[in-house]
Design a protein. Structure first.
Length: 155
């Protein structure tokens, strides 16, 4: 069975082109999970469940979390406008905030962390500290500047 590197990254097409350079792996050796904004929002959410299953069933031997330095942040106002256009009322958001369904606030949860370096560090921390993920599994972080193709390793 081929040993694989699990890549957790966003949907930026330019950033995906940097993966072979970062990983030094062939396509067959890569397993890529995409998350809008490269965010792992919950240690027991679907993305972490998929990571755990990939480690155990796809022969994952290392994980890379790769973020985009030039990613634009989504404003709170833009989220509210788009939710309202899709039929979500302010009352629904207030109710979700009242019952504390996602922690801090519904809008902050949707917006996700805005500083790429901190986001990558938080993702690495969630993976490394998870009780169902082997402590011996290497987890590395990278930030890619898609305009200059610079790659910065996060320690």
């Amino acid at each position: 069975m081929i040993k694989k590197t699990l890549i957790i990254t966003g949907f930026n097409e330019k950033m995906l082109q940097s993966i072979p350079e970062i990983s030094q792996k062939s396509t067959e050796e890569l397993l890529i999970f995409n998350s809008l904004g490269e965010v792992i929002s919950q240690p027991y959410g679907c993305l972490v469940r998929d990571i755990i299953l990939a480690i155990n069933f796809e022969n994952v031997v290392e994980i890379y979390v790769i973020g985009d330095e030039k990613k634009s942040s989504i404003s709170e106002e833009e989220i509210l406008i788009r939710l309202e256009k899709s039929g979500v009322t302010k009352q629904v958001i207030e109710t979700l905030d009242y019952i504390n369904s996602v922690g801090d606030s519904t809008i902050n949860w949707l917006k996700g962390p805005q500083v790429t370096r901190e986001k990558i560090k938080r993702n690495i921390d969630i993976i490394k500290k998870h009780p169902l993920i082997p402590r011996s599994l290497p987890v590395k972080g990278f930030i890619v500047n898609t305009e200059t193709n610079e790659i910065d390793m996060i320690s």
